[in-house]
Design a protein around this ligand. Sequence first.
Ligand code: ACO
Length: 384
Amino acid sequence: MDQTTYREGLEGIVAAHTRLSHVDGKKGELLIAGFALEELAQRASYEEVAYLLWHDDLPDADSLAKLARQLSARRALPQATLDLLRIAAGHKTAPMDALRMAAGTLDLDSKQEAREQALDIVARLPTIVAAYARLLSGSEPIEANPALGHAANYLYMLHGQAPSPAQTRALETYLNTVVDHGLNASTFTARVIVSTGSDLVSAIVGAIGALKGPLHGGAPGPALDMVFEIATADNAQRTLRAKLERGERLMGFGHRVYKVRDPRAEVLSAAAAKLYEQNEQIAGDRSLYELARFVEEQAVALLAEFKPGRNLQTNVEFYTALLLHGLGLSSDLFSPTFAIGRTPGWLAHCFEQQGHGRLIRPSSEYVGERGRRWASIEQRSTGR
Ligand code: ACO
């Protein structure tokens, strides 16, 4: 093997064969288990997409009902998880950190086999996030409603009332849109962890940690903050230009793989348009949606001016922010909700990795000193 191949950030290096998703950054295409994102995201339920990724096929009615029942039966949190969330809320821990900590408690019953553990993880992450959001705001967690599907129940546990079909559809479209995306940083993290023979809970905790960073899943909050900061269309040019002149990055733009508009931004902008146009949003109004569209246009034009040849386009996070805000989520819940959407994908990659069974262990090239000689502590402190 060629030991000299080195690419910063592993850019362009193929490190897995996968049947789960395919990202074509030049054409702006995303396939999820063979389906174009646009075909799947706005039609399927969250449970259908999870089944698709875990079984490489759409479920029939019985299999879908079974999966929905299995998930619904597992939503309640262990007492230890709830206790931890109460302590975290007392410290005003950020929701993404609380999710990471609480996810680590989900294998208290460590004798479960992997598929059972996967169901527990998928079923309980929304309960963790919703319970924590309520604790943070000084109210008590709400018990899951078994009559509701995964997405609708998440909104119910957050807001205390069942969402409308249009609100459920909007959230489901979002969760489906982010379910999987090639070998992104958090998915790679999960695969590395299970490749050592470690377990699914460890993989999900690691993946949540990787997703948290602002260069990955941490961008939608700042993207919305930017729209709020701009506040009116006539401020857009000036504010965005000033940011770029200060060398700041515009959140919600640019992508390692996509050099055209992220297809997920396309799907989510249509979903956000529907939500706001039907006046079905829980927070925000039509003018916010229109402002965001204007900011997007201005930002893309300014990025072309400031970073010519870089093809910096809108990424998934920009419309995530607008959609989730419209569903009444505060911006600190955007990344945890992204994690809820990505979890079936992370787990599907874990299963795929376990199927291959090969330890992921790349090489590094040593660029440090050689031939150093040991100096005693006295020699070091006398300024050798
Ligand atoms: N705003 C301003 N400039 C940018 C932006 C941006 N959003 N994105 C990239 N650039 C610039 C960089 O400063 C760099 O300029 P330079 O060559 O003059 O130094 C050039 O474009 C290339 O940037 P890289 O960092 O090499 O591109 P990379 O592929 O590593 O970055 C990334 C991708 C991290 C997403 C980047 O575009 C970014 O920071 N975007 C803002 C944060 C964001 O939206 N993150 C969410 C990504 S989507 C997701 O992970 C789910």
